[in-house]
Design a protein around this ligand. Structure first.
Ligand code: FAD
Length: 401
């Protein structure tokens, strides 16, 4: 990747993106390739190895099983881009992006959740998703390895839902944006000057200063720190999520959907291994550099849930585990995107919780459109605006993993 130093050039940039991982690089790619944008873009990234960001700890899956029409359309755009990546990148050298549609399987144990899944299925199907409600007999026929004694029904979609190669997209966006002249610089934004409703300067840990036209906060779990630099209270906090790769003594020959168990534990196949994750019972904000593992979660929560749901998982072995952070929006676990209503050159691109990888294409496209034209042109993302944070009106999305 080409790196320039601000001292080499003028310190004025039309767009300064704070954070260069999945969201920052999506914004950089879409803006630098927008036919009506010819400005200078600077991405400031505190760690160009990306070792600690959410993007490097993701499971990289996409689903259409949401309860909100906008989230469904956002995921559908991700799949459309994955399937036609070369076309979207306008470059035959762009890679083919893998998509493994094993589908998600939500299992309902209570009447209330079963009804919720049925309502969601109707909405998803009305938007073209392939979600189907399955009786326990149907599930058992297709996936005989489950223990379904406490299950009422399942919701499953094997079309355009499963794993996708998000890392491949991230890599391409960075490279293609750099080729178009986007400057990636390793440094940390430590302060913002603002006056009369505008950000006027970006201060870096190195001591340099940048004068921005527009600033985009794409700082992931550190988003609220960067919001506070402009005087904004953004309810996005780092929450630990625990992932466990395990092997099973008994081989599984059938395909395994990404299963969301009623306990909240979810699991999927990961090559020759399996991958499980869950929301911890004590789910609190942590420092953004806190990656402490809690092995009790495996012992007390994940393994018992796996062994109950799939008896063949009685004999399994943890091969590897990691801790990553959700940038968790406490108000409604959904995205916050667009300009601040009182500071139009400050854009949010935050709060994606557990679905940011699949939302990055729609978010990058949307923010580029908004910066260029002042409105969203393709998919209206204004429901995700900061207004709802100010008014404390959550955007309903019950299907959060
Ligand atoms: C365990 C786990 C599983 C997940 N599974 C999925 C999934 O299956 N599907 C899905 O769609 N999503 C999933 N997600 C969510 C998804 O990975 C994230 O939403 C997405 O990667 C967020 O990207 P981002 O660019 O906003 O944040 P990040 O990847 O965290 O990037 C933020 C960047 O900002 C930089 N930064 C922060 N502060 C500053 C500063 N002051 N100055 C300069 N740089 C700064 C950081 O160094 C970092 O590189 C998962 C997340 C986790 C943790």
């Amino acid at each position: 990747m080409t790196q320039h130093h601000l001292s080499d050039k003028t310190n004025m940039f039309d767009v300064v993106i704070i954070g260069g991982a999945m969201m920052g690089s999506s914004a950089a790619w879409f803006l630098s390739h927008h036919p009506e944008f010819d400005g200078r873009i600077l991405v400031i990234e505190r760690d160009l190895t990306y070792s600690f960001c959410s993007t490097s700890h993701t499971h990289s899956c996409v689903r259409q099983q949401y309860a909100n029409a906008l989230n469904i359309k956002i995921a559908q755009f991700a799949v459309e881009m994955v399937r036609n990546f070369k076309h979207h990148m306008k470059d035959l050298a762009a890679p083919d992006i893998a998509l493994d549609s094993f589908g998600y399987m939500y299992l309902a144990q209570s009447d209330g959740f079963a009804k919720q899944l049925q309502r969601q299925q109707q909405l998803q199907a009305s938007l073209g998703a392939g979600t189907q409600i399955m009786t326990t007999e149907e599930i058992a026929r297709h996936y005989p390895f489950y223990n379904l004694e406490d299950i009422i029904l399942g919701s499953h979609n094997r079309r355009d839902e499963g794993y996708f190669d998000g890392a491949g997209i991230f890599d391409w966006w960075r490279r293609a944006a750099s080729k178009r002249g986007v400057v990636y610089r390793q440094d940390q934004v430590v302060a913002l000057d603002h006056a009369r409703g505008r950000v006027t300067a970006v201060h870096l840990a190195s001591g340099d200063q940048v004068v921005p036209g527009v600033v985009i906060n794409a700082a992931g779990p550190r988003a609220s720190e960067v919001a506070a630099m402009a005087g904004f209270d953004l309810p996005v906090e780092p929450r630990r999520r625990f992932s466990f790769v395990f092997s099973a003594q008994t081989p599984m020959t059938q395909s395994l959907p990404l299963t969301i168990d009623p306990t909240g534990v979810h699991f999927l196949r990961h090559g020759a291994y399996f991958l499980a994750g869950c929301v911890p019972d004590h789910d609190v904000a942590v420092a953004p550099d806190n990656f402490e593992m809690d092995l009790h979660i495996w012992q007390d929560k994940v393994w018992p849930a796996l062994a109950h749901r799939v008896p063949a998982f009685e004999a399994i072995k943890v091969e590897r585990e990691w801790v990553g952070h959700y940038a968790y929006n406490v108000l409604d676990a959904n995205a916050v995107i667009g300009p601040h209503p009182d500071m139009p050159n400050y854009y949010f691109m935050n709060g994606f919780s557990g679905h940011g990888l699949q939302q990055s294409p729609a978010m990058g496209r949307g923010i580029a459109e908004h910066i260029v034209s002042g409105t969203y042109q393709t998919l209206d993302l204004s429901a995700f605006g900061f207004d709802r944070i100010l008014k404390q009106t959550p955007l309903l999305e019950t299907a959060i993993i």
